[in-house]
Ligand binder design. Structure first.
Ligand SMILES: [Zn+2]
Length: 150
């Protein structure tokens, strides 16, 4: 077997599990992205679990509105639920419903996009997405939201 052809991050690339993939324009390996975001979280005194809990609470709020926008603290959230399930690219065989949430922060107009799969990957794998990916969650931004109560 030619080891050089083995790409450990293949499931994160476009057209594998997701059309656009999970890495955006980030040239780093998944392992490296996870390590650096882990360092950032530590510096901020934050855990991946706390970030996942915060995002999950926005998903829960958005579900109340079905397809319409809902206010949740400083956020306006809107949920999209597509048919089917999506596998985790880390290969743990945990299927996630295709729930996507678009959140707009009222105070700043800042927006973020995340999915049920994003929350799973943050919680279980410490993976916040590649730089330049539409679903990238910046640990620094989340720290600010958590500190300022949403
Ligand atoms: Zn997983």
């Amino acid at each position: 077997m030619d080891m050089k052809s083995e790409d450990p991050d293949r499931f994160f690339r476009p057209g594998q599990i997701s059309r656009d993939g999970f890495l955006g324009t980030d040239p780093r390996a998944v392992e490296e992205i996870v390590r650096q975001d882990g360092d950032t979280l530590k510096r901020l005194g934050l855990t991946a679990e706390a970030v996942a809990d915060t995002l999950q609470s926005l998903i829960d709020a958005a579900r109340q509105g079905l397809e319409g926008p809902v206010e949740a603290g400083d956020w306006i959230v809107r949920l999209d639920w597509a048919r089917g399930l999506v596998p985790c690219p880390f290969g743990d065989k945990k299927l996630q419903p295709k729930i996507t949430v678009e959140a707009v922060r009222k105070r700043s107009g800042e927006t973020m996009l995340f999915s049920r799969l994003s929350v799973h990957m943050i919680r279980e794998h410490g993976f916040f997405g590649g730089a330049g990916s539409a679903f990238r969650i910046e640990p620094e931004s989340v720290a600010d939201w958590i500190r300022n109560g949403g």
